[in-house]
Design a binder for this molecule. Structure first.
Ligand SMILES: [Zn+2]
Length: 74
């Protein structure tokens, strides 16, 4: 089962949940404060598949949806 990463908008912490793809966009409760104001972040699975040399040629993060990218820090 894939691991998804979520970020809590209440306490700002990120946490990981193991769930099926079907459940990926369902609300995830924060494991720290139990808030349901959480957002799914791109999983590490995808960033590992990117070619680092081609990604560094352009300075933008193509996989980032803005605001919640921990790798390029928009
Ligand atoms: Zn929280």
């Amino acid at each position: 089962m894939p691991i998804f990463e979520y970020r809590c908008e209440d306490c700002g912490k990120s946490f990981e949940l193991m769930r099926s793809f079907k459940e990926a966009d369902h609300t995830a409760l924060c494991s720290f404060c139990k808030s349901d104001k959480t957002r799914r972040m791109l999983s590490r699975f995808f960033s590992h598949n990117q070619n680092p040399s081609s990604a560094s040629s352009s300075n933008s993060c193509s996989g980032c949806m803005g605001g919640s990218c921990s790798t390029c820090r928009h």
